[in-house]
Design a protein around this ligand. Sequence first.
Ligand code: DGU
Ligand code: CA
Ligand code: CA
Ligand code: CA
Length: 193
Amino acid sequence: LSKEGSVIVVKEPIVVDGGVFNGKGATYTASSKLGDGGQSETQSPLFILKNGATLKNVDLGENGADGIHVYGGATLENVNWQNVGEDALTVKSAGDVTIIGGSAKGATDKIFQINADTRFYLKDFVADGFTTLVRTNGGKQIDADVTIDGGAFSNGSNVFRTDSSLASVTFLSDITLDKVKNWTRVGDNQSGV
Ligand code: DGU
Ligand code: CA
Ligand code: CA
Ligand code: CA
């Protein structure tokens, strides 16, 4: 049964430790307890995915807070951020992350934040409005193998940005860019931006 149209206010992060969480199209929005969806770095996530968990058919709503945190890898299918908060998803500990389909709008800065070693595979994702689509943590050496396979990205500055000599990005298939300045931006940035 579809849950499209239902809005769930998230007061504590929803933890998915392995297994599958299927939102069936429902919208999850953060309560002010998690954050205000602005650029404060002290906000909490709506979802914590652990140990290969799968999250699917979920929309994150008006208050995106700190989005989704991933520990030990995860798969996302058809996850849509209606209004990215501080960022959309953070790789918090090592593991493979696979994102199939889905979309993100309204990011002020970053969409995908990589703070730990990962094979990060982004397939047919759609993003509109961002500074950087995929960013390894500023000024840090992170072994991130990023693949971007298809997708459409508009109104942004960088598709991929890293300060890490261990990180790489591979672009596959037909990726559509519209008003995006750079494919990649590489350089050491000690300030952590
Ligand atoms: O030193 O680590 O923006 O995970 C700066 C911080 C910063 C992170 C990152 C994130 O890079 O907070 O959202
Ligand atoms: Ca941040
Ligand atoms: Ca963040
Ligand atoms: Ca936003």
